[in-house]
Ligand binder design. Structure first.
Ligand code: PNS
Length: 162
């Protein structure tokens, strides 16, 4: 059984993330989406809210689950008996950081590989940060997110500005 971890902040999960999750689920027997809790950026959604959103959007993918983690990604990968880390590459600007992360992880854990999937061109421009920027000023985010997630993001900003 080949298990892959797809780690990230997912604050919130976008259609670009979903595309990577769906394609990974066709390559691996089991995919665990790992939601980082202790990130330097202060997230809009709590880790449990982000896990719940991921569970909802991946409900139709039986071999995908979502879990939060703290600390080193490599420890989470090992705890879950996974052997591959999946990351999406949108553009060359992602490459330097992603390469550094992958090489660092490979030195710490030589038995674990990182697999890069190129983002679907439809979503190559998309990031959680830019979606939040649009939502913060009341813009339409429906082209970027699952409808349920878009509602939660809009509600979050509505409650913040109240
Ligand atoms: O979606 P993001 O924020 O680009 O995801 C970054 C993530 C979660 C993959 C990365 O920050 C991470 O793996 N953090 C856990 C700590 C760690 O293991 N860092 C790598 C060694 S420097």
């Amino acid at each position: 059984m080949k298990t892959a971890i797809y780690p990230g902040s997912f604050d919130p999960v976008t259609l670009g993330h979903y595309d990577i999750i769906e394609r990974s689920s066709q390559i691996f027997d089991r995919v665990i989406v790992g939601v980082l809790k202790n990130h330097a950026k202060s997230p809009l959604f709590s880790a449990s809210e982000r896990v719940k959103m991921l569970e909802d959007v991946t409900a139709g993918l039986p071999n995908v689950e979502a879990r939060s983690f703290n600390g080193l990604l490599i420890d989470f990968v090992r705890q879950n008996k996974a052997s591959v880390i999946v990351r999406g590459l949108r553009a060359i600007t992602d490459f330097e950081y992603e390469l550094q992360l992958a090489q660092m992880n490979r030195v710490i854990a030589p038995e674990i590989d990182t697999l890069f999937l190129t983002t679907n061109l439809k979503y190559a421009y998309l990031s959680s940060s830019t979606v939040k920027e649009v939502a913060r000023y009341g813009g339409d985010i429906s082209a970027f997110l699952d409808p349920g997630v878009a509602k939660l993001v809009a509600a979050k900003y509505a409650s913040v500005s109240r």
